[in-house]
Structure formats: structure tokens, C-alpha cells
Design a protein around this ligand. Structure first.
Ligand SMILES: Cc1ncsc1CCOP(=O)(O)O
Ligand SMILES: C=C1C=NC(C)=NC1=N
Ligand SMILES: [Mg+2]
Length: 217
């Protein structure tokens, strides 16, 4: 994985698209140019069993069509079963060292971090990138920590300049440049695209704004 792939990292599950068809939303976002996709089927109305597997396969096939890496959140066994391009895990998931051993070196491993200590541990576990947030208030993750702003992104970028960073949490067209200027390589988000009436348009507008601001080298 190269850090440019983190530029516009869309995350979605069937629970995030209200009355829209999640497959249509994903295809519109892919057509719009998202650079990475995370399948995150989670929460009270999440699909399970065969329904979840078939939905994941459909999302993976779409990502392949648009040549965008397909990452699965939490479910390492599903990621292996589907030969996903990688996994994203949180602090409450299995230990990242064990996960790296399970998925092998050729898959992408992303880790959620909320402190410099957690960032250091993620690096030692062989993470390819860290997700830092929530930066702003979010309604898409029921158990999210309180918004932390960009301070940890700034500290991490200063301490570990070669570590790819993606910001997450309440990120929109209005604040995404602030996240990049703080030192993130990209932004990951759910509702700014998934709940937009036209996910293609939302994606194009976000990319346009993100292309205006390069990470401070
Ligand atoms: C998965 C996750 N982790 C921290 S905030 C969040 C949800 C982000 O969703 P949104 O972009 O709609 O705020
Ligand atoms: C919690 C998360 C933090 N960061 C990313 C990239 N994905 C997540 N699911
Ligand atoms: Mg998790």
C-alpha cells in the first residue's frame, strides 16, 4: 500500500445508507474516484451469516472492477476467506501482532489508534497505516470516543513522519483540508458520501478539495 491510496478512504456498511441501495452507493463512490474502500458491516441492523458474506463479495467485485483495494473491518476470518486486500482492526479486536501473522505480509493492516502509545504499538505490530480519530463529532459510530481534534494527527506525523495516517470522524468537505494540513495522508469517512443524495457528486467534490491541499512535507 502507498500512502496516496489513503487520500479518500470510503467506509460503508448496509446500515449507513438509509433508504438507498448500498451497492449503488458504493458503485457511485467508486465511479467518483474513492481511493480505498472499507467494508464495515456493524451495529444492530448489520447483516450476518450468508447475507453478510454475499454482500461483502458483491462489494469486493465492485472494488475489483474499479481497481480499488477492498479492506474488511474487524472480521479477519472473512477477510481471509474472501482474499480481501486487507483488514482494519481496533484496539478492542485481537492483538494486531497476531493479526499480522494470520493475514501475512502481503495484505494491508490498518489499526485504529487514539494515543501515541497506541500508534507506537501499531507500528511494532507491522501496521501499514493508522486511523486516528474521531477528529470531529460523528453519528456513525455509536461507541466512538469523544472528538479529539487534530492534535494526535499532528503529534503522530511529527513523531513518525514515514507512517501513513488517515483521519476519521465527522469529516466533510468543509473540514477535510484541515485534517490533511494537520499531517494526515488522507481522510476516511462514512456519512459525507453514504448519506449524500448523489454519492458520485459528493465524491468528486471531496476529491477536488483534497487535491487542492497536499500534505505538508
Ligand atoms: C468508524 C469510525 N471510527 C471513528 S469515527 C467513525 C465513523 C466515521 O463516520 P462519519 O464519517 O460518518 O463521521
Ligand atoms: C475505527 C476506524 C478508524 N479508522 C479507520 C480507517 N477505520 C475504522 N473503522
Ligand atoms: Mg473493531
Amino acid at each position: 500500500m502507498n500512502r496516496e491510496q489513503l487520500q479518500l478512504y470510503f467506509i460503508m456498511g448496509s446500515q449507513n445508507v438509509e433508504e438507498h441501495d448500498p451497492i449503488v452507493v458504493l458503485e457511485e463512490a467508486l465511479r467518483g474516484g474513492i481511493t480505498l474502500f472499507q467494508f464495515r458491516e456493524k451495529g444492530e441492523n448489520a447483516l450476518t451469516g450468508e447475507d453478510k458474506i454475499n454482500f461483502a463479495k458483491a462489494c469486493k467485485a465492485l472494488c475489483k472492477k474499479y481497481n480499488v483495494p477492498f479492506i474488511i473491518n474487524d472480521d479477519v476470518n472473512l477477510a481471509i476467506a474472501l482474499d480481501a486486500d486487507g483488514v482494519h482492526v481496533g484496539q478492542d479486536d485481537a492483538n494486531a501482532i497476531a493479526i499480522r501473522e494470520k493475514i501475512g505480509l502481503d495484505k494491508i493492516l490498518g489499526v485504529s489508534t487514539h494515543s501515541l502509545t497506541e500508534v507506537t504499538a501499531a507500528i511494532n505490530a507491522g501496521a501499514d497505516y493508522v486511523g486516528i480519530g474521531p477528529v470531529y463529532a460523528t453519528t456513525s459510530k455509536s461507541d466512538a470516543n469523544s472528538p479529539a481534534g487534530t492534535i494526535l494527527i499532528e503529534q503522530t506525523a511529527a513523531t513518525y513522519p514515514s507512517l501513513p495516517i488517515v483521519g476519521i470522524g465527522g469529516i466533510t468537505i468543509d473540514n477535510c483540508q484541515t485534517v490533511i494540513r494537520a499531517g494526515a495522508d488522507g481522510v476516511s469517512l462514512i456519512s459525507a458520501i453514504a448519506t449524500h443524495e448523489e454519492p458520485f457528486v459528493a465524491t468528486r467534490q471531496l476529491l477536488h478539495v483534497l487535491q487542492q491541499v497536499a500534505k505538508i512535507s
